[in-house]
Design a protein around this ligand. Sequence first.
Ligand SMILES: [Zn+2]
Length: 220
Amino acid sequence: MKDFIRDFAVCPICQKEFSFDKVASTSIKVSSYDLDLKPEYRDINVSLYSLVTCPHCYFTFQEKDKDYIYEYLNSQNIEEVKQFLNNINKLSLPEVDNSSSKSHEFYAIQLMIAANIYAILGLPSEVVKILVKFAWYYREQNEEEKELGILYYCGKIIEKNYETFSEEDYIFSLFYLGYINYRLNNRKEAARLFDYLLKNYNNPANPYLKAAKFLRGELK
Ligand SMILES: [Zn+2]
């Protein structure tokens, strides 16, 4: 069985087609989860392949959004995205790599570009998901200060926008806000957020509510 499948996308900004490698579902193996449900992958770091970048213009999006990304674009934000891509193109970015041998360094650049693009598209809940992966990236590199910096910034975006999120993203984001406060040693605020979630939502199948319950116990 092959670990990677070659797929294709058409860039919604420059209309050019390009290929990327994605992990075959049979090769996604999780050995454990951190307290914030960051998966610890056994063989292949699946997160690395969750973002794809157009090799012609650097437009970067989440692979899961491949078939929907057009729907988020309109004549106004396309211009803003183009402006942003023009500006970063002037920085000396490394060559685009969507292959199975993608480097960690290029993945970090993809995270930075994607977070900016989804912010331009007015999708703060997706910006949060990308920043969480950025924090995971620094955790894997053992760069705690940078990880906490990203988490702090992510918390600010959640505080500003969570009331507009869908219920699924609302629970995910409030759990994360609790986790961020836990990591930043604001134990009282973390406990308050977990209590709020556990009091208002009762879905034993939701992994974030389970994780909130566990972390709430740690705060006693
Ligand atoms: Zn493009």
